[in-house]
Every structure is written in C-alpha cells, then in structure tokens.
Design a protein around this ligand. Structure first.
Ligand SMILES: Cc1cc2nc3c(=O)[nH]c(=O)nc-3n(C[C@H](O)[C@H](O)[C@H](O)COP(=O)(O)OP(=O)(O)OC[C@H]3O[C@@H](n4cnc5c(N)ncnc54)[C@H](O)[C@@H]3O)c2cc1C
Length: 423
C-alpha cells in the first residue's frame, strides 16, 4: 500500500496547481520541491523593501491562471500596467504608444497611412477577422499583414511584449498573434507584493485540501514497478499510484530517461530574456512609466506605479532584453544595453539606485511554440504516452495558453487526471 496516491515533482506554479487540484479531487498528495522555497520562476525576493519577482511579471486578467486563482478563492490584487500612457521607442526618440485609439491618433511613430493600417490590424486581431493558420513563421505572417516596415516592427514589439518570445523565424504566428489578441482584449495586472502572493495563495490552498508540501527535497529519479517510486537525492524514496512531473523539459527527461513518450515531448527550444530590475529611492521621470523599443528587443516598465512593490515614495522598475534562440550576448553587453535603455527612459536613475537584480538568460518560456510543430498544437498533452500513471505539467505542456497560463492550465489538467487515475 502506497502512502500517497499522487507524487508531484516541482513546486512552481504548475506543481502547486497540480497538487491543489489532485488533492481537491480526493487524492493523498505529496509535492517535492528541490529548492528551499516554493514558487520556481514565480518566486519573489524582498530586498530593502523592494519586491523583486524573477524579472517582470504580469498576470493576464481573466486568463487561465487568473480563472484558476478565482476558482480556488485566491486574491491577487494589483493594478493595470501603465501601457496606454506609455511610449514606443524608435532610434532614441519616444513616441506615444499606439495601443489605444487616442494613442494611435496622437503618436508620431507612424504616418497617417500607417496609422489607419495599424488601426485595422489591431481591430482585426481583436475581432478575430485576422486569423493566421498554424504552421507559418511570425516573420512571414507580419510580411503578409503589412507592406510597411514600421508597422511590422511595431506589431513585432507588441508580440514580444505579450508572448515574451523573440524568435520571428522559428515561432508560430498563430500562437503569438493569438497571444497578442488576448493581451489587447484582456489587459493584465501587476500583483501587489509580487507573484509570491500567488505562490502563497496556492500553497495555502494545497494545505487546506490536505496535500503535504516538502521543500529542500530534490528528486533524483522516478521508476515504475508495482507503483511509481520517486527516489530523492538523499537516497530515500516515496511511492504512489501516479506521478506528475512539474519541472522543465530537460529536468523531466533527466528524471525519467527510460520513458519513451517523454523524449519527443522534451525536445524543445526555450525562449530566454535578460532582466535588470532596479529599486530606486525616487523616480526621476514619473511621466515615463512604460516603453518598448521597436528596433531593438528591449522592454521597460515601472511596476511599482501600478502595484505595491516598493517602499512609500520609492519605485521599482523592470528592464528586459529579449534574446533570440541562437544569440549568445555577453553579460557585459546585456547590462550595457539594459542600462542604456533606462538612461533613455529615466535619465538620472543611477544616483537614485538603492537595490538591483540582474538575471541573464532566464528561461521565460520553456518551449517556444514552433511553426514547424504548428504552434500550440505541437505541445505534448499531460498524459505521457507509454507512461501509465505518469503526467507532465508546465509552461511547455498542453494545447492552451502560454507562460503561467499554460503552466497553470496543464497543472490543473494533470492534477485532475492523476487523481482520476489513482482512483
Ligand atoms: C523574466 C520572466 C518573466 C515572466 N513574465 C511572465 C508574465 O508576465 N506572465 C506570465 O504569465 N508568465 C511570465 N513568466 C513565466 C512564468 O514565470 C512561468 O511560466 C511559470 O512560473 C512556470 O511555472 P512552472 O511551474 O511551469 O515552472 P518553474 O517555475 O520553473 O517550476 C519548476 C520547479 O521544479 C523544481 N524542480 C526542478 N527539478 C526538480 C527536482 N529534480 N526535484 C524537485 N523539484 C525540482 C524547480 O526548483 C522549480 O521550483 C515569466 C518568466 C520569467 C523568467
């Protein structure tokens, strides 16, 4: 008799959601997390009163994660990102962001002809009349949508913003333009206290449903005998009827190299970003809260303008450099580019710096939806073929959503499926 019905390996968003739903569906669940703390890439570190997420994070309003949080009764209060009053940067010039009708009318980024074309494209994405079939690259889709290089690079910057993917030749246009349409329709919010608020809410839900959460427990391997066995690095082991691997693709493969169905599923191309997050005593330019570069893959946003993330009167800003899959920029180059972008948007910030976090090459998306695999359709399902009772979850799994939406949606499906299997 196993002590547990379901073992969840990994305590990020996907693993916590999986544990919550498996235990809510009646399973005896244990979750094993390698690190000392839960949350994975959704962790928040507090330094001198500044709440540093693992880079810039925004929660899609009424997206898949938001719906799951609402279902579990978890509050994640916060504010709307300052995009509409923000700027797009071309060369060294800031132009009004063309997200809203008034921004589009007033911006100096586009000519009148380009504005009317851009307006039509944004409306078409929103009402679904512009649809791109899966299997084509973003670069080809943008070329078909507009003859204007300026319109194309503006749309490409919006796509980078909503999908956090910079891979125009590899990425599937239908997945990324669908993500942009969702972002335009639903808006997002920065979360008070950082994403730790979400992680804490999920942990409490797991505990309420009776799941056992264990941190500092790296799993070394999983094997199938009469039941599934997870062997920890310290040599101890646990057994259960079902296992959910809520880790990244390479980690899933390393844990269970002999399961045939996993090999193809874990053959992915990750999307990476470099993040420079700065806590300031005072924001030099309170009128510039958001900026996206259209010529270079750069992002800037003052998250504390919308959410409680910094001490009273202080500010927390995030800058990001999207990295293409075959790029290998040096740490020095990335920091120089990011600091240069902050010089442009917040001149005088250097004297105000009180805390910083630099994260180079962060895997923001474990798996880019590839055109060659027909985008989201090519992602593996939660049940591993040939692995009876073995399930996977994460931002690389399942046919819906991207980023934390995909992690949580696949976590929920895996949790429910594992509980049903264990019964
Ligand atoms: C810079 C950045 C910005 C982002 N912005 C957004 C955003 O704006 N909106 C959004 O929706 N998403 C965003 N994301 C993505 C979001 O953070 C992730 O999609 C989500 O957190 C992934 O959760 P996960 O559980 O799938 O994976 P992870 O968070 O990676 O969790 C995996 C967990 O498994 C654990 N683990 C690994 N191996 C083992 C083992 N052998 N034994 C036990 N435990 C193990 C790890 O320690 C980790 O805690 C962003 C990510 C980054 C990096």
């Amino acid at each position: 008799m196993s002590e547990f019905d379901v073992i969840v390996v990994g305590g990020g968003i996907a693993g916590l959601v999986a544990a919550a739903f498996a235990s809510r569906n009646g399973s005896r669940v244990v979750l094993l997390e390698a690190s000392a703390t839960f949350g994975g890439r959704a962790r928040t570190r507090i330094v001198s009163g500044y709440h540093f997420n693992q880079g810039a994070h925004a929660l899609y309003r009424d997206g898949l994660l938001d719906e799951i949080l609402q279902d579990l009764g978890i509050a994640a209060a916060g504010g709307v990102p300052p995009l509409v009053a923000g700027f797009f940067v071309a060369g060294d010039t800031l132009h009004a962001a063309p997200f809203s009708a008034s921004g589009l009318a007033s911006t100096s980024l586009l000519t009148d002809t380009e504005k009317s074309e851009m307006g039509k494209l944004l409306r078409g994405l929103l009402d679904g009349s512009i649809e791109t079939p899966p299997g084509g690259s973003l670069r080809d889709a943008l070329a078909a949508l507009s003859p204007s290089p300026r319109v194309r690079s503006t749309l490409a910057a919006m796509v980078r913003l909503t999908s956090i993917v910079h891979a125009p030749d590899l990425a599937d246009a239908s997945a990324l333009l669908g993500q942009l349409a969702g972002g335009l329709a639903r808006n997002a919010r920065y979360v008070d206290g950082g994403w730790e608020t979400i992680v804490d809410g999920l942990r409490s839900a797991c505990v309420e449903f009776g799941a056992s959460l264990r941190s500092g427990c790296p799993v070394a391997s999983i094997d199938r005998g009469a039941s599934w066995r997870a062997t920890l690095r310290d040599g101890s082991s646990l057994t259960a009827r079902a296992v959910i691997l809520a880790v990244n693709p390479a980690q899933a493969m390393a844990l269970s190299p002999r399961i045939e169905g996993l090999e193809e599923a874990t053959n992915v191309v990750p999307a990476k970003v470099a993040c420079l997050d700065i806590g300031l005593a005072h924001l030099p330019r309170p009128d510039i809260l958001f900026a996206l570069d259209i010529d270079r893959p750069l992002y800037f946003s003052v998250h504390s303008a919308a959410a409680r993330l910094a001490p009273q009167g202080a500010a927390l800003l995030h800058a990001m450099r999207y990295i293409e899959p075959d790029e290998k920029p040096s740490r020095g180059q990335l920091i120089a580019e990011l600091e240069g972008f902050i010089d442009l948007t917040q001149p005088g910030w250097r004297e105000q710096e009180r805390a910083r976090q630099f994260l180079g090459a962060m895997p923001v998306n474990s798996s880019i939806p590839l055109a060659a695999r027909r985008g989201l359709h090519g992602r593996p399902g939660v049940a591993v073929p040939n692995g009876e009772g073995l399930f996977i979850a994460g931002d690389w799994v399942g046919p819906v959503g991207m980023l934390a939406d995909a992690a949580s949606a696949s976590g929920r499906s895996a949790g429910e499926a594992a509980a049903a299997f264990a019964r």
